[in-house]
Write a protein that binds this ligand. Sequence first.
Ligand SMILES: Cc1ncc(COP(=O)(O)O)c(C=O)c1O
Length: 488
Amino acid sequence: MNDTSYLRFLERYPEYRDTATIDALRASDYSRLDQSGHTYLDYTGAGMYGESQVREHARVLASAAFGNPHSASRASITTTGLVEETRREVLAFFNATANYTAVFTLNATAALKLVGEAFPFGRGSRYLLTTDNHNSVNGIREFAAAKGAVVDYAPLTLPDLRIDRTELSHRLALADLSHANLFSFPAQSNFSGVKHPLEIVAEARAKKWSVLLDAAAFVPTSALDLSEIRPDFVAISFYKMFGYPTGVGCLLVRKDAWPLLDRPWFAGGTVNFATVQGRQHLLAPREAGFEDGTLNYLSIPAVTIGLRHLQRIGLKQIETRVRCLTSWLLEELLALKHSNGRHMVRLYGPASCEMRGGTITFNVYDPDGHLLDYRRIEELATGEGISLRTGCFCNPGAGETAEGLTEDDMMAGAAGGLDMNLPRFMQIIQHRGGKSAGAIRASLGLASNFTDVERLLRFVAGFRDETTLTLGAVTFDIESCRVIRDGA
Ligand SMILES: Cc1ncc(COP(=O)(O)O)c(C=O)c1O
């Protein structure tokens, strides 16, 4: 570690010292990162688990015989006991015990799909969503459109990629209140790291919309209190919060929103009664009617372990640490310059930590303002033991806004048919005004430390005066571009 920069960092962010217990934890519970020289910077992709979580889970599994929960055997009752304990822990964690039910799912995507397919869209109703959304939220528009609902997107403002509140209010006012209307947005962007204002939930509810909050990228580093913020539905993936287990997510449903949902099918485990001859079924109430087939019952107890792990560390401490490191990384990336004085890095999203989390999306440019190939940069980072993410992160709307891509640009890509992919799309838009698509994402989380950030900074600084990685004809005039913040 460079001691001078660490001292500068501590001077600027003295509160980082208060998070020293995480340094101790990194050395004990996450030692595999440093032992293997790995700089992990994809916490928005997946959280990192502590080794103690895995040991604790193995201990639970070894302590009893667990069977399929759908019966009354001893093995089944033991399983059900742990699953229900986890359900209670999840609700308590989000301060949701009084008003919500937790439905276990495979991941956040499956939770979102449960709402999409069961929401009573119809002619006259609307599905409103923010342009900044993961594709698993965008995809709900297919259910809405198939049932005749209007699909509407609320735009983002530039350069910070925040929700345009005036436009949103205008669109929320368009609902026909005699029909069911659903509004969906992410508490935190998986593209820009923006934390969208949670008071939008109350605004939409006051205008009689049902609200689906995608909390997948928010809850790993921020507290969500569902006694205060009261969306109808919340989607979560647990591996994003604490790394382990994978394969378990959750849909939180506000109790008074249940009557709205209308499941389009039934499955094993979801019915109280079903007949073949009578072609009838009676769906089990609440979560039981939405948990298709056999739950991932051996992994679910590891969620309790993960939640307690987060609670022991403390979300406040995690948030402080991620904020200090993210602020420093932003400042230092934006200060990087080529010998000719031009900025090296173009940032997508806010340049300060005000209402933003630890996800930083950027591109690197050569001294003439030509985009450097981010795919090659990812390969080089991998060679250096740095795990980043590149591409558009399943969030096309935020990417299109950030890059100034128009509907025509995107339709030109769609016209390419099934063979279309990001490299081919890049070629197409190079001929449409020198635009680009895709970027590099570095995201921080619970086990991040100053060394991780420094290693990334040194790696990016290594592209000073670099010209050999320039991507074809894609150019970016860093002086004249008003669309995206360039670090100035
Ligand atoms: C904001 C957001 N929503 C939803 C998802 C989907 O999560 P999963 O792939 O676990 O279903 C992700 C995953 O990256 C995400 O970042």
